[in-house]
Design a protein around this ligand. Structure first.
Ligand SMILES: Cc1cc2nc3c(=O)[nH]c(=O)nc-3n(C[C@H](O)[C@H](O)[C@H](O)COP(=O)(O)OP(=O)(O)OC[C@H]3O[C@@H](n4cnc5c(N)ncnc54)[C@H](O)[C@@H]3O)c2cc1C
Ligand code: SF4
Length: 328
């Protein structure tokens, strides 16, 4: 790992000023993703400084407000998973946090770090100390190595700017299903607009000197049921092959509104809008859930090695919806 300055910010303003001063700097929260990126020398320019956010007071609160839930950027996944407030009002988010990584990772990992993490494509993450740097498209090169290579965990919904790496996060689909907003030091971003695979070795639309301060999750309408499912190779610790979160509002036995999001299947979290539209006005039964699952993957364009993910994603959507129906 190359040497860097370690700066401890006492406030959000100080952290932003440090990022402005050091153009190549990155912020660190739990460090569970960032340290791997530093070790593998992921960025074209090695950061001259790392700005520690954990020294900023009160950035880790979990608070119920009149119109929703406020999660400080530094709230850890363990605290979110265990919070009575979150479990009662926004259970699919608590479940997504509970299914992220291992206990150790959840103790270190923060909600902001979880939604800002880099993708896990093994060509992208290849450590440059092992036989030299692999400069794929996402790292400023010309080629994607995964398309002709091993893409078994990659996108089934095509490429963004020639890259087929997937967004690997577990809380991201829950926050999309719950229609959250990401609050930064300068603006409020609807979660649907937050993720971006178009900007090289970053995964969000954040400016270089912009810091997530909190995430706001609105109160869910009366009759809303939420659920989260994750399919991974190992149960104890693994990234999702596919995960899904849904928030379904039922009135008089029929679906009034639905937000459904898959992840691990595309560069950004993937809203299943065709499934959402189909469900409105229908009863949530095993038949309608199966049809919503089929519609969720109707536009899939899998590659040679990842076609298995198509039925997996469709079934996960249907199962997540049935979890919602089971709570009714
Ligand atoms: C072995 C292993 C298993 C894992 N398993 C999972 C898994 O199952 N599911 C999953 O979703 N993730 C998993 N992760 C990824 C990661 O650990 C988690 O996503 C974790 O929540 C990241 O949070 P952090 O606070 O440690 O982030 P950090 O590593 O500190 O930061 C991650 C990124 O976010 C940026 N960042 C952090 N906070 C802010 C902020 N407030 N404003 C702006 N930018 C910010 C950092 O600059 C960095 O680019 C795993 C990681 C490892 C090493
Ligand atoms: S999928 Fe994306 S990150 Fe992976 S090799 Fe291709 S361009 Fe790079």
């Amino acid at each position: 790992m190359k040497r860097f300055k370690h700066l401890e910010a006492a406030s959000v303003e100080e952290a932003v000023a440090a990022l402005k001063e050091h153009g190549s700097a990155h912020v660190i929260a739990g460090g569970s993703d960032l340290m791997g990126c530093l070790k593998d020398n992921l960025w074209m320019e090695s950061p001259e400084a790392i700005v520690n956010l954990k020294t900023i007071p009160d950035l880790d609160e979990i608070r119920r407000e009149d119109d929703g839930l406020r999660l400080g950027a530094l709230a850890t996944l363990t605290r979110i998973a265990e919070s009575e407030v979150v479990r009662e009002g926004w259970p699919c988010l608590a479940e997504a946090a509970r299914k992220t990584g291992s206990p150790l990772l959840r103790n270190m990992g923060t909600i902001a770090g979880n939604i800002c993490q880099q993708n896990r494509c093994w060509y992208f993450r290849y450590p440059d100390k092992l036989g030299g740097r692999i400069d794929c498209v996402r790292k400023g090169g010309k080629r994607c190595l995964a398309v002709p290579g091993d893409h078994r965990y990659h996108s089934i919904f095509g490429a963004v700017k020639k890259c087929i790496a997937v967004n690997p996060g577990d809380t991201a689909p829950a926050l999309v299903a719950l229609d959250a907003r990401v609050e930064t030091d300068r603006r409020s971003i609807p979660i649907d607009e937050f993720f971006s695979a178009e900007r090289g070795a970053v995964s969000t639309i954040l400016e270089h000197d912009e810091i997530v301060t909190s995430i706001f999750v609105p109160n869910q309408a009366e009759g809303t049921r939420g659920a989260f499912r994750k399919i991974a190779l190992r149960k104890s610790i693994d990234f999702a092959l596919v995960n899904c979160a849904a928030a379904v509002t039922m009135q008089g036995g029929v679906v009034n509104a639905a937000r459904i999001c898959l992840n691990g299947v595309h560069n950004n979290p993937y809203r299943c809008t065709a499934s959402e539209e189909y469900l409105v006005g229908r009863e949530l039964t095993s038949e309608s859930a199966a049809e919503a699952g089929r519609l969720a993957v109707a536009e899939a364009k899998p590659l040679l090695l990842n076609a298995y993910k198509v039925p997996m994603a469709g079934t996960t959507v249907a199962d997540t919806l049935m979890d919602c129906a089971g709570q009714a």
